[in-house]
Write a protein that binds this ligand. Structure first.
Ligand code: C2O
Ligand code: CU
Ligand code: CU
Length: 486
């Protein structure tokens, strides 16, 4: 399949457009009236070639978030192309069925490009999934959630400034598939809703307004083994969620609202007061609607929810290369310097702990820097804060503590354990029933004070693979490192 993906500038909105040169029907579907890129549908085993034509007036490169592809076509910032240039991607789809994302990845400009419109969904199918007969066609609906800030002329505003860089930039309106106040007209039957959080920083606590549990079919890396009913689901930037939404017992004229419920603990109190969205009335962790499903048509037959969905091949800690010495991914938070492993993003700056032997399974531990435990993080890097160096960061760090969606390129990982420090239990209790730890993930929301252990394979491809915070303001600030697989 050959798909040219063009990026171009339309006044203040940047857009992906794509048209199919040749290949199977249905490879591209445009979401009507949306500025989002078309949905790219791929089949496991398919070989694809994609031409990225840069029609922006700035550099860009596209990353296939969630797809396991060679390093040279993974959208590493070092491959960013200039205006007018073309980058040709060629890879085989080796992933199992899943929803992935394509979005730009140039260093220091990812957030602004995604915000202005450059993002799209990729849906990968495979035989195992097809055999399940899940709702498809018009009954399978992508739900891309983004928040945006608009001015009086309904033009996008993106002005993170210092506080937006530290705490994330938040909009005053919620868009679904590029539209505000989304209403989905549905029939009284089961649907498959494919959620993607395409916001730069906003975290959602998704729930149906009448208390119906959310029936989860899958997450980032594809289907769960069996459906799971959740009271609510946390969805952080970069995460995906596959939902079975059954409207079959609902009457015509009724409606069901998906909301983001109230929660706390993801942004520090001092940060919240400074965020622009507070003034505009949509604070992070407040309760607001995402979209409304309105039942407009009675139908009599509906597919049945399968009791088994998939078989996930799992690794245990004993299968890992380093059962007693997890690879560290350390989060440190300071004034204008959110870092991973104590260092900002820099090309060719791979530390010993960031070198991974090819074809190994690695135990990894994502945790927060212990206050005062890291002498050189701020100062040694020449990015110190004068009198407020790392030593003074303990208290500062506590005040700034916030949640970070940590994303690792390459193959999906398993979550083996999560533990929360006692100082952060309060906020944690408002979110922790919304984590789905049973599926394969590529992005995990790490709460303040939380330690998450994961098992991740590094197979097939050598080279540099990014890992970073998917709060895109943090990523652009340098909260991004790379593993060298060798
Ligand atoms: Cu979705 Cu490296 O990003
Ligand atoms: Cu990615
Ligand atoms: Cu972050």
């Amino acid at each position: 399949t050959e798909v040219p993906v063009l990026v171009g500038q339309k006044t203040r909105v940047q857009q992906y457009s794509a048209k199919l040169l040749h290949g199977p029907e249905q490879t591209l579907t445009t979401i009507p009236g949306s500025f989002l890129g078309p949905v790219i549908r791929l089949q496991k085993g398919q070989k694809v070639r994609i031409h990225l034509h840069n029609q922006l007036s700035e550099n860009t490169i596209t990353h296939w978030h969630g797809l396991h592809v060679p390093a040279e076509v993974d959208g590493h910032p070092m491959y960013a192309i200039s205006p007018g240039q073309t980058f040709v991607y060629e890879f085989e789809v080796v992933n199992r069925a899943c929803m992935a994302i394509y979005h730009p990845h140039p260093h220091e400009a990812t957030a602004t490009q995604v915000y202005h419109g450059l993002a799209g969904a990729i849906i990968v199918n495979d035989e195992e999934e097809t055999a399940l007969g899940l709702p498809s066609g018009e009954f399978e609906i992508p739900i891309v959630i983004q928040d945006k800030l608009f001015d009086g002329q309904n033009q996008l505003i993106y002005s993170p400034g210092m506080h937006g860089s530290m705490f994330g930039f938040y909009g005053n309106r919620i868009l679904v598939n590029g539209h505000p106040e989304t209403q989905l007209d549905v029939a009284s039957r089961a649907y498959r809703l494919r959620f993607l959080n395409g916001s730069t920083a906003r975290i959602y606590k998704l729930a149906w307004d009448d208390g119906t549990p959310i029936t989860v079919l899958g997450v980032d890396g594809g289907l769960l083994e069996q459906p799971e009913n959740m009271p609510y689901v946390m969805l952080a930037p970069g995460e995906r969620l596959d939902v079975w939404a059954d409207f079959s017992n609902r009457s015509v004229g009724s409606q069901l609202v998906m909301r983001s419920l109230a929660f706390s603990g993801v942004v520090p109190a001092m940060g919240r007061g400074m965020m622009s969205s507070e003034a505009y009335g949509l604070p992070v962790g407040s309760d607001y609607a995402i979209f409304t499903a309105r039942i407009t048509k009675k139908v009599t037959d509906s597919p049945k929810l399968p009791s088994t969905l998939s078989k996930i091949s799992r690794y245990s800690i004993g299968d890992t290369h380093n059962p007693n010495k997890p690879v560290p991914i350390t989060i440190s938070e300071g004034h204008m310097q959110m870092l991973l492993n104590g260092r900002p993003h820099a090309y060719n700056d791979v530390q010993d702990s960031e070198r991974i032997p090819l074809n190994t399974i690695q135990l990894m531990e994502i945790s927060h820097e212990q206050s005062g435990g890291h002498g050189m993080g701020g100062m040694g890097m020449g990015r110190g804060m004068g009198g407020m160096g790392r030593g003074g960061m303990g208290m500062m760090g506590g005040m700034m503590a916030m949640a970070h969606p940590i994303h690792l390129h390459g193959q999906a990982f398993q979550i083996v354990s999560r533990s929360i420090g006692s100082a952060n239990e309060g906020g944690y209790a408002t979110v922790n029933q919304g984590f789905i730890n049973s599926g394969l993930k590529d992005t995990v929301l790490v709460m303040p004070g939380e330690t998450v252990r994961i098992i991740k394979p590094f197979q097939d491809y050598k080279g540099l693979f990014m890992f970073h915070c998917h709060n895109l303001e943090h990523e652009d600030m340098g909260m991004m490192r790379e593993f060298l697989v060798e």
